[in-house]
Ligand binder design. Sequence first.
Ligand SMILES: Nc1ncnc2c1ncn2[C@@H]1O[C@H](COP(=O)(O)OP(=O)(O)OP(=O)(O)O)[C@@H](O)[C@H]1O
Ligand SMILES: [Mg+2]
Length: 273
Amino acid sequence: MSDATPQTRAVEVSDASMVFNPGTPGEVAALDHVDLTVEPGDFVSLIGPSGCGKSTLLRVIANLLEPTDGSVLVNGKSAHQARIDQDYGMAFQQSGLFEWRTVTKNIELPLELKGWDKKRRQERVREMLDLVKLPDRGEHMPWELSGGQQQRIAIARALAAHPPLLLMDEPFGALDEMTREHMQSELLQICAATGTTVVFVTHSIPEAVYLSDRVVVMSAGPGRITEIVSVDLGRDRDEDTREDDTFYKKITEVREALRGSEMSAEARGIEDR
Ligand SMILES: Nc1ncnc2c1ncn2[C@@H]1O[C@H](COP(=O)(O)OP(=O)(O)OP(=O)(O)O)[C@@H](O)[C@H]1O
Ligand SMILES: [Mg+2]
């Protein structure tokens, strides 16, 4: 360990548990004593079987849910304070754009909330539209764009206020394979250009490996982190990376970790009976 003063961590989840509907027949233990640390500039993916608590963990980090137990720090503050300070942007599987606002008005929304004046907002929107390579679509309505374009606008909106942290829940889930790969490369470029930290939920092993510095493998019943796979593919990833031997090796490693996590969840199920 180095003697240098540690940087403030982007995310620090300590011993967090989440039980929905406690004490009722509908009780669900969605997270069980989860610890997760994300350093500034890290790209971390959460992967695991459906229902294992990935979205719950993301929502706990975003302070959309209060954990039953444990603590969550974002940028060294309580998750609640980080939400008030708009320290993070969010993007989900559905773009979540407001249908009655133009593309420009959608991207401007977080900036309006931050009290930016009109000129500054307009400049920022132009910058963001360039970044997601849709410079001419500002006056369009969301429904005039393709699904992939809407996703890019949602990412532009999430990044507009320059949040140090981006929380993404299967943002490319609905896209075709080629658009999805293109979006992944764009996201990496955006992160490299802005130094943004990302916590990213996905069901796709290649997507997790391509994007991440670390892949966090979770198991269900109740949701736990079973393994963290470091992806040493360097930062300069491009289309050739997808043909790289290390890329395939890491895909296998994550797949095996997922298999192991499913087996341990089954074993826990047998123990519980
Ligand atoms: N608001 C809620 N009330 C009750 N139970 C909930 C609630 N939200 C989630 N759960 C339960 O918590 C567990 C974890 O759900 P979560 O949405 O985090 O899973 P996930 O890993 O994101 O799954 P998927 O990959 O299908 O999106 C599930 O069993 C789910 O039914
Ligand atoms: Mg989910």
